[in-house]
Design a protein around this ligand. Sequence first.
Ligand SMILES: [Zn+2]
Length: 236
Amino acid sequence: MIENSKQLYLEDSYLLKFEATVVRSGPKHALLDQTAFYPEGGGQPSDIGELKHGNDLWKVNKVLKRGSEIFHYLDKDISQGIKIQCIVDSVTRSWNMRRHSAEHLLTGLIEALGEPPKIYSDLERLEYQPSKLNQEQLNQVFIQFNEIIEQNLSVSVYFENRTKINASDDPRKQSFLKKIPPNIEKLRMVDIGGHALTFCMGTHVKNTKEIGKLTSLNLVEGKKDRKIVYFNLRQN
Ligand SMILES: [Zn+2]
């Protein structure tokens, strides 16, 4: 066992180059003393990138968190103990981070319509059940979303003691607090311009402009009042 890897991505979503030491290695994988590679989780896929040591180069194909340890899966073996230069692929990170931040904003805007909390979401869709959501409402959300992007509101990320969060007058806050294990005392909160507040360990853009505008927002109806909302952002 090693000490928990320091999770640099929790403090700075824009840190893409860093140095680290390989504290443990195995067949085509490495554990580092610190990492800015985001491990798959919370609906956000893993980062990819490279590790360098002198002229040696390893591709990072996937990053997964198992318990408190973060495994970097590589294209070949690496030696334990070496100091390495680490580069997170900026194109993949930016695209994931923008869509993940968009997912938060959509969650907030749809919940404000009186919908129950979503039952699933990823970087392409949000799912509700049972739900009365209709396409006309989504058309309004589409307009509202793109206005918020235009307004360039701040995205704030901060840690807060669970006991300090006053959820008494807000059913949305109550529902997300219930989902968090009781032993977690400090919560990492993400607020997208005052329109979406949640607990999240993912990576987020710093303002709404960077999310970019929606190009489509479509409703697909499933069985038993299941409603699936598909979203697309402009590519760049
Ligand atoms: Zn998030």
